[in-house]
Design a protein around this ligand. Structure first.
Ligand code: ADP
Ligand code: GLC
Length: 478
C-alpha cells in the first residue's frame, strides 16, 4: 500500500475550469479502489473555502518564507478522498477564476502563488508539514505544480515524482525579473533546467525533474515529441523519451451515466435507447429550437483556438441552411463568443448558443444531441467525446491526441466496430465532409443504432488507466 500525494490546481466539484478537475476527482478514487492511499493537495481558493465551509478541519499552521499558511482538511464531496487545502492569502482572499482576474488576464502574481503552493506540497511530500503521513510518490499535474519536482530534486531522501501533462500549450512562462524576485537558486536559470528562450517555465520543472513524465493519451505522448505539437519543448521531451508515456483518461462513470443522470429529462441505457429522444425534445424546448427530428449537433467547451471553434463557425451557416440544428455551450475568447451569439440571432430556430458555464446544460446536451462536435486542432485527451460515446451521441472528431485514441471512424459502410466519425485534414472542408458522412449514416436508423450501441458498450471507466498509473508507481518504488 503506497501513499500517493496528488497535487492539483483544480478538482471537481470544488473548483473546475476544464478536464483536469474531472481527472483529479476520479483518478484518485480509482487508485483508492486499487488499494493505494491517495490524498489530494489543492490551493484553498476563496470559492473552495466557501464550498467546503461546513466540512473543513484546521490541521496545522506554519510559515513559508514569512507567509502564513493554514492547512485544512476536508473530504472531496460525496467521496472518502481526503483533500488538504492550502489556505494562504494569495489564494483565499481572491474570488473568481483560479488563474485569471475578471479582465481575463492572468493574475499578476501567479508565479508567486503557485511557487508557494509547490513549497507547501514539498513540505507535505517530505513529511515536514506536521501531518504524520510519509509520502511514497508525489503525482503532479500541469504547470501549476511543475515546481514541485524541481524543488524536491534538491532533497535527499525524497519521494518519487510523477508529472502529468494535461496540456503542453500552457507552459507557465514568467520573466527573468520574476525569477529573481522568487529567489530561486541561480543554477535553475539554464536551458537544460527551467530557462526557456529568455523566460522560465514552471512546466519545465516537471518535464526536467520528475522521475516519470506522463500525458493523457498515447497519441499525444508521440505528438508532443514533434515540433508541430511540442510547443518548443519537443527537444526536451525526446530527450526524456525513456521516462515518458501516455495513459488515456477514463471518465467518472457515476457522474456521466445516462442511466442515472439527475440532470436529464429521461434516463436511458442501451436497451432503452428510444428514451434518448425525450432528451432531444427537452433540449430543443429549453433551447428555443423547433421540436423536430432534424439532426441535432452539440458542442461544449472552452471557446479557444484549441477546440476548433473556427471550423465550426465556418460550417454553421451552411449546415443550418441545410436543416441541421445546433446547441453550443461554452465561454472563452470574446471574438468567438460574439460571432456565435450573432449567428444564433440570425438562425434563432436552429441554433442556440449559451455563453457561460453550466454542468446541467452540459449533461442535457450530451443526452439530447444526436451528434457531438469535437474538431479540436489538438487534444491531449478530451473528455467530452468520451461522455458522448457513453450517451449514444456520436462524436465527430479531428484525428489527433486522445480523440484519435478513443473514437473509431465509420470509414466503410460494412464496418461493424465504428463509434463515430473522424477527419484528418484540419480544415473547414475536412470537418464538413465528416459531418456529411455522419448525416448520411443518421438517415439509416439501423446503422445509427449500431454505432450508438458500439460507443455505449465501451469500457471508458478509470479502472484500466488507474492500473497503469499503479504499475508506474510500483516501478518507481522498486
Ligand atoms: P479541456 O480540459 O481542454 O477544457 P476536456 O474535454 O478535457 O477539455 O474537459 C472539459 C471539461 O469541462 C468537460 O467536463 C466539459 O464538459 C467541461 N466544460 C467545458 N466548458 C464547459 C461549459 N461551458 N459548461 C459546462 N461544462 C463545461
Ligand atoms: C487538458 C486537455 C484535455 C484533457 C484534460 C484532462 O485540459 O486540454 O484534452 O482531457 O486536460 O486531462
Amino acid at each position: 500500500m503506497s501513499n500517493i500525494l496528488f497535487a492539483t490546481s483544480e478538482v471537481f466539484p470544488l473548483i473546475k475550469t476544464g478536464g483536469l478537475a474531472d481527472v483529479a476527482a476520479s483518478l484518485p478514487r480509482a487508485l483508492i479502489k486499487l488499494k493505494h492511499n491517495v490524498r489530494i493537495v489543492l490551493p484553498g481558493y476563496a470559492s473552495v473555502m466557501k464550498a467546503a465551509a461546513g466540512d473543513v478541519k484546521k490541521v496545522t499552521v506554519f510559515d513559508v518564507d514569512g507567509e502564513p499558511v493554514t492547512l485544512w482538511k476536508t473530504l472531496l464531496p460525496g467521496t472518502r478522498v481526503l483533500v488538504w487545502l492550502v489556505d494562504a492569502p494569495a489564494f483565499s482572499e481572491r474570488d473568481g477564476n483560479p488563474y485569471c482576474g475578471p479582465d481575463g488576464f492572468d493574475w499578476p502574481d501567479n508565479a508567486q502563488r503557485f511557487l508557494l503552493f509547490a513549497k507547501v506540497a514539498r513540505l507535505i511530500a517530505l513529511n515536514q508539514a506536521g501531518l504524520d503521513w510519509p509520502v511514497d510518490v508525489v503525482h503532479c499535474n500541469d504547470w501549476q505544480t511543475g515546481m514541485v519536482p524541481a524543488l524536491l530534486a534538491q532533497d535527499n531522501p525524497r519521494p518519487a515524482t510523477v508529472f502529468t501533462i494535461h496540456n503542453l500549450a500552457y507552459r507557465g512562462l514568467f520573466s527573468w525579473d520574476t525569477f529573481v524576485s522568487l529567489g530561486l537558486p541561480h543554477e535553475l536559470w539554464h536551458m537544460d533546467r527551467l530557462e526557456f528562450y529568455g523566460q522560465f517555465s514552471f512546466m519545465k520543472g516537471g518535464l526536467v525533474y520528475a522521475d516519470r513524465v506522463t500525458t493523457v493519451s498515447p497519441t499525444y505522448a508521440e505528438e508532443i515529441q514533434t515540433p508541430d505539437a511540442g510547443n518548443g519543448l519537443d527537444g526536451l521531451l525526446r530527450h526524456r523519451q525513456a521516462v515518458l508515456s501516455g495513459i488515456l483518461n477514463g471518465i467518472d462513470a457515476d457522474e456521466w451515466n445516462p442511466g442515472t443522470d439527475k440532470h436529464i429529462a429521461q434516463t436511458y441505457n442501451r436497451r432503452t435507447l428510444t428514451n434518448k429522444e425525450k432528451n432531444k425534445v427537452a433540449l430543443q424546448e429549453r433551447s428555443g429550437l423547433e421540436v423536430s427530428e432534424k439532426p441535432l449537433l452539440g458542442f461544449i467547451g472552452r471557446l479557444v483556438d484549441q477546440k476548433g471553434v473556427d471550423l465550426i463557425l465556418s460550417n454553421l451557416p451552411q449546415l443550418l441552411s441545410e436543416g441541421c440544428q445546433c446547441v453550443i455551450l461554452g465561454s472563452g475568447m470574446k471574438d468567438y463568443e460574439e460571432r456565435l451569439a450573432q449567428l444564433a440571432q440570425e438562425f434563432s430556430e436552429q441554433l442556440s448558443v449559451t455563453i457561460g458555464y453550466s454542468e446541467t446544460l452540459a449533461h442535457q446536451i450530451e443526452a439530447g444531441a444526436d451528434i457531438f462536435l469535437m474538431p479540436s486542432a489538438y487534444e491531449p485527451c478530451g473528455l467530452n467525446q468520451l461522455y458522448s460515446l457513453r450517451y449514444g451521441t456520436l462524436p465527430i472528431v479531428h484525428a489527433v491526441g486522445g480523440l484519435r485514441d478513443s473514437v473509431i471512424d465509420f470509414a466503410e459502410p460494412t464496418q461493424t466496430d465504428a463509434t463515430g466519425f473522424m477527419f484528418y485534414q484540419y480544415t473547414a472542408h475536412g470537418l464538413y465532409n465528416a459531418i456529411q458522412r455522419a448525416l448520411a449514416a443518421f438517415q439509416d436508423k439501423k446503422i445509427w443504432r449500431m454505432l450508438q450501441n458500439n460507443g455505449m458498450s465501451k469500457d471508458l471507466s478509470w479502472q484500466r488507466s488507474a492500473e497503469e498509473y499503479g504499475r508506474l508507481y510500483g516501478e518507481l518504488l522498486e
